[in-house]
Design a protein around this ligand. Structure first.
Ligand code: PEP
Ligand code: MN
Length: 269
């Protein structure tokens, strides 16, 4: 019989000995869209740490629509991420853009991010499945939920079971928001798949003033964590400045998402 309280199939995973995702506690992963400099990344890391975040995000290899936009600092960016994350005891998540990046990224990062544009890049999924670090698979912005879950299975069948899913918004007909946060996808993935699910309210909306409401919605739909873009000076950001939360609003943002987590019978560390 259908009941209102549904059982999630999520199996928690250990991101480190003391950071578990998919259990009672939500995990906040935050940081700049791109690693731009040591100072900018360190400022973000300090704010993430002070506000209860456990994982520092930041792109070193950026999938940019235009080849004329900032493409990331590459290995130099990975070094900065590792150094500032270690200073504050944070884990690092960063994107591997191609198969050739997997060894380098896994040398510096704790979690490998596979981006929306690469969701069905099968050789990349296989390579991520053949190494040991946890993997976060973003949903392709034009992918169905089934395609997303099958892409995750491509990783799992190569041996790596430490997979997280991330709903980052899909392309719909409106232009008012960058994408459309598919909260149904979060709820469905929680019921039908064994992997923890994150919501990315930054790429889903493309607007800093919509990040909090979208984050609340992701948590209400059952998300186990959030991936959020923040910046010390959003107006000067080299990518995705419009959707970056200024560091100063993080205390209020985290306060609000804690309340939402509480309403869902969960906590945030
Ligand atoms: C990112 O997280 O900065 C990013 C490029 O995300 P997506 O792959 O969802 O566009
Ligand atoms: Mn971004």
């Amino acid at each position: 019989m259908l009941t209102i309280e549904t059982e999630s199939r999520t199996k928690p995973i250990f991101l480190s000995p003391d950071v578990i995702i998919g259990g009672h506690e939500l995990v906040l992963m935050a940081g700049p869209c791109s690693v731009e400099s040591y100072e900018q990344t360190r400022a973000a890391a300090e704010a993430v740490y002070r506000n209860g975040g456990r994982v520092l995000r930041g792109g070193a290899f950026k999938p940019r629509t235009s080849p004329h936009s900032f493409q990331g600092l590459g290995e130099e960016g990975l070094k900065i991420l590792r150094a500032v994350a270690d200073e504050f005891g944070l884990l690092v998540i960063t994107e591997a853009l191609g198969v050739e990046h997997i060894p380098l990224v896994s040398e510096y990062a704790d979690i490998i991010q596979l981006g929306s544009r690469n969701m069905q890049h099968f050789p990349l999924l296989w390579a991520a499945g053949e190494q040991d670090k946890p993997v976060m698979l973003k949903r392709g912005f034009m992918a169905t939920i089934t395609e997303w879950l099958l892409a995750a299975e491509h990783i799992a069948t190569r041996g790596n079971e430490k997979i997280m899913l991330c709903e980052r918004g899909i392309r719909t007909f409106g232009t008012e928001t960058r994408n459309t946060l598919d909260t149904s996808a979060i709820a469905l993935a929680k019921l039908d798949a064994p992997w923890p699910v994150l919501g990315d309210p930054s790429h889903a909306t493309g607007r800093a003033d919509l990040v909090l409401p979208a984050a609340r919605a992701a948590i209400a739909a059952g998300a186990d964590g959030l991936l959020v873009e923040v910046h010390s000076n959003p107006g000067l950001a080299l990518s995705d400045g419009e959707q970056a939360l200024p560091l100063g609003v993080l205390p209020e943002f985290v306060d609000e998402i804690r309340k939402m987590a509480g309403a869902m019978g969960r906590g945030m560390g």
